[in-house]
Design a protein around this ligand. Structure first.
Ligand SMILES: NC(=O)c1ccc[n+]([C@@H]2O[C@H](COP(=O)([O-])OP(=O)(O)OC[C@H]3O[C@@H](n4cnc5c(N)ncnc54)[C@H](OP(=O)(O)O)[C@@H]3O)[C@@H](O)[C@H]2O)c1
Length: 286
């Protein structure tokens, strides 16, 4: 008989755009091969924001303990995993309300804050009274967490135990896939993810326009573009290289290779490389 899923208490301190997406993702019917039984709490700075979270969660809202302001201290107290979901600029104020103290010793602190290193976070935590060697894991999920399609980048200092990294990995597997990276590569990964999203938006939008120009109804043209992009990306996620995919699609006088040549003529490759390198430089300057 299969073992029952492990139970885990999780608090998200800062349920804005990303924190609420995570709640939505955690509340979906779980499809992960390593499901967890989650007890969830979520906190914002202000009452109106909690009303917004409640509205977004709809009939699932009762499955989450929601609060604002000072409620974050008690939520953190009883949780094994504390997710910090505020912008890094608001961290000092948020910690003043949460008052971490020595009780953070037995918790795993997950930071969603892009651009804040584990060292910087440790300093902030230490000045709020948390222990010097708090277990910190940085996870940068993507917006599709709410529908189970996140690609979450995970990095942690070498001092964090494998057991803690495993449970955080398992938690974020509930909302998609998890890629482990060295902290030094984290922001490059975030930027490449952002460039991919930008490219997908531009590609689907422009191919839909082209489809409409050539007589395909817009909803169908957009659906074609998104589904075929997913199909090509899926083949490469499953291990096919871009060269193998191109070769597989290159029948003599074929439509695909002619389209590749047209894209090359229009400078698409150079534009994509420029945008992705620009995104990396921008992310690293944050
Ligand atoms: N959005 C993304 O796609 C994304 C992706 C990966 C990582 N991240 C990271 O996730 C973090 C949040 O981003 P976001 O886009 O979700 O921002 P957001 O929509 O502005 O949400 C921020 C949340 O933090 C809360 N907050 C701010 N100060 C607080 C305080 N002193 N005490 C308690 N709660 C406080 C806010 O509460 P109020 O609403 O009441 O002010 C709000 O719920 C950032 O660090 C970002 O780098 C975001």
């Amino acid at each position: 008989m299969a073992e029952p899923p492990q139970s885990l208490q999780v608090a998200i301190l800062g349920c804005g755009s990303m924190g609420t997406s995570l709640l939505e993702g955690f509340l979906r019917k779980q499809t992960s091969s390593r499901p967890l039984s989650l007890r969830l709490a979520g906190c914002t700075r202000s009452q109106p924001s909690i009303d917004r979270v409640r509205q977004r969660l709809g009939d699932q809202a009762d499955r989450v303990e929601l609060g604002y302001g000072d409620a974050s201290g008690e939520m953190a107290e009883k949780s094994e995993i504390v997710i910090l979901g505020c912008p890094k600029e608001d961290l000092t104020a948020a910690l003043k309300t949460t008052k971490p103290g020595p009780r953070f010793a037995d918790k795993t602190i997950v930071s969603l804050m892009a651009g804040l290193s584990a060292d910087q976070l440790q300093k902030e935590l230490t000045s709020s009274g948390a222990p010097q060697n708090t277990a910190i894991v940085i996870v940068i999920p993507s917006f599709a967490a709410r529908t189970g399609g996140s690609v979450s980048l995970l990095a942690s200092p070498s001092t964090v135990s494998q057991e803690r990294i495993d449970i955080v990995t398992q938690l974020f597997e509930q909302v998609g896939s998890v890629l482990h990276v060295d902290e030094g590569l984290l922001m490059k990964g975030v930027a490449i993810g952002a460039a991919c999203h930008a490219l997908a938006v531009t590609a689907v939008d422009s191919i839909a326009d082209a489809g409409v120009c050539e007589g395909v109804p817009r909803p169908l043209a957009g659906a074609f573009a998104a589904q075929f992009l997913r199909s090509a990306a899926g083949a490469m996620v499953d291990g096919m290289s871009p060269e193998q995919l191109k070769a597989a699609l290159s029948t003599p006088k074929g439509i695909t290779l002619n389209a590749v040549v047209d894209l090359d003529k229009a400078g698409a490759r150079g534009a994509v490389i420029g945008a992705a390198r620009g995104a990396v430089r921008y992310a690293e300057s944050m």
